[in-house]
Design a protein around this ligand. Structure first.
Ligand SMILES: Cc1cc2nc3c(=O)[nH]c(=O)nc-3n(C[C@H](O)[C@H](O)[C@H](O)COP(=O)(O)OP(=O)(O)OC[C@H]3O[C@@H](n4cnc5c(N)ncnc54)[C@H](O)[C@@H]3O)c2cc1C
Length: 384
């Protein structure tokens, strides 16, 4: 990854070096085996925790790294560039840990954050259901208060880190109110949750090294104190408030993957000979590479500008939506062009560009489908 970023400093450069070495040592040699079995081993989490790569932007008082979004960004960039996304640090550190930090009581923060930082707990966020994805307000999983306990019934699908997760933030209906108002976030410690069950690992087009499961809740009892936030019915607002930050993490990863695709392809077109000359000597190749690099640089500049705004607390929802849809859309186009330049080899899973091609497709769907991002931007335009 290019270290000449406006916000890089010596401390972040050291973190980047450490992260790169970790992923190259622990993940890269195992990528194909983990893709074959659709998951990484559980101890990758504790190894990442020991290396200081989990909860980098959680305060030290709760066991985290004491850093900020930049620390998180450096780590996920290296993870994405090295194609080591066999465990979703974005979900674990970037999303769930921040829900707990933002909405948790002091007791909840002390109970869960230190264990998330070591990897003793692995986090997942469970919102999506078979009948409710984009339209989250239609979720059916519900919880009713029974004395000192919530009792949860329902199921969730497409849950990242689903196999290893033992701390799951579950979006449930707790009230009879229609739509968003009845949604709450409950934290389930799955190791002790009778009635909790995981489905088999889902067979995905890409990201095959990352565990994704259905989760089932059959009258699962959760202490009343595991509600996130002071009162029920705030779950939808809590989810929405965190979205700009989460979407920036997706955009950061997207640019890192653009860089990997371009670097892979540059190497390939320099050494591949066609009609007696390197592929890179052909004008079409040169122009395609020039286009890809230009788009990646523009994406990087936009993302860095968004990051600067985020650090100042000035990143608004439509701008984060722009970063999410445009970087993921551009990523998919760049990877497609890069694969084309690999010819038939680009279709072989042995080649990183083939695996990237499959991996990147979902980025236009999750974290809010790109069509939804455009709706957000358009709604904001209407106000002008
Ligand atoms: C690999 C993977 C990992 C995931 N990880 C998680 C996870 O950890 N936790 C979790 O809760 N969920 C997770 N998801 C679920 C993901 O967030 C949903 O798939 C996503 O929200 C879309 O929901 P859906 O699949 O039900 O599609 P639908 O909501 O049915 O949407 C289908 C399509 O309709 C279009 N569309 C939808 N709404 C609009 C609109 N308003 N305007 C215009 N067009 C629209 C879009 O093209 C969209 O792609 C994951 C999904 C995948 C594939």
């Amino acid at each position: 990854m290019d270290a000449r970023r406006p916000w890089m400093d010596e401390e972040l450069a050291l973190l980047r070096d450490g992260a790169r070495r970790f992923f190259e040592r622990e993940c890269v040699p195992n990528e194909m085996a983990w893709r074959a079995q659709h998951h990484a081993p559980r101890d990758i989490w504790t190894k990442a925790g020991a290396a200081g790569l989990l909860c980098a932007s959680i305060p030290e008082a709760y066991g985290g790294g004491g850093g900020n979004f930049l620390h998180e960004a450096v780590i996920v960039e290296e993870q994405a560039y090295s194609m080591s996304q066999s465990f979703s640090n974005n979900v674990h550190s970037g999303i769930v840990a921040h829900y707990i930090l933002a909405y948790g009581s002091e007791a909840q923060k002390k109970r869960w954050l230190p264990k998330l930082a070591t990897g003793e707990l692995v986090a997942a966020i469970a919102m999506t259901e078979p009948g409710a994805g984009t339209d989250l307000q239609r979720i059916k999983t519900h919880a009713r208060l029974d004395g000192d306990w919530w009792r949860i019934d329902g199921s969730k699908t497409f849950i990242t880190n689903g196999l290893h997760a033992n701390l799951v933030v579950v979006a449930v209906k707790t009230g009879a109110e229609a739509g968003a108002k009845g949604i709450s976030l409950l934290v389930v410690e799955t190791d002790t949750a009778a009635g909790f069950r995981r489905g088999p690992l889902l067979d995905k087009l890409g990201q095959r090294n990352l565990d994704t499961c259905e989760l089932f809740f059959d009258d699962v009892k959760v202490p009343a104190t595991h509600l996130l936030g002071a009162e029920e019915g705030k779950g939808f607002v809590q989810l929405m408030q965190q979205l700009p930050r989460e979407r920036m993490l997706i955009a950061v990863v997207a640019v890192a993957m653009m860089r990997r695709a371009i670097d892979e392809t540059l190497d390939y077109v320099r050494q591949r000979n066609v009609f007696g000359q390197p592929l890179m000597a052909m004008q079409n190749t040169r122009f395609k590479m020039a286009e890809c690099e230009t788009q990646a640089r523009a994406a990087q500049a936009f993302v860095d500008d968004c990051i600067a705004k985020l650090m100042k607390g000035e990143l608004d929802v439509p701008t984060a939506a722009m970063a999410k849809w445009w970087t993921t859309d551009t990523l998919c186009r760049i990877v497609d062009e890069c694969l084309q330049l690999h010819g038939g080899y680009g279709f072989m899973n042995e080649y990183p560009i083939a695996r990237l091609y499959a991996d990147v497709r979902v980025t236009k769907i999750f974290g809010g489908a790109n069509e939804v991002m455009k709706e957000i931007i358009a709604r904001d335009l209407e106000k002008r």
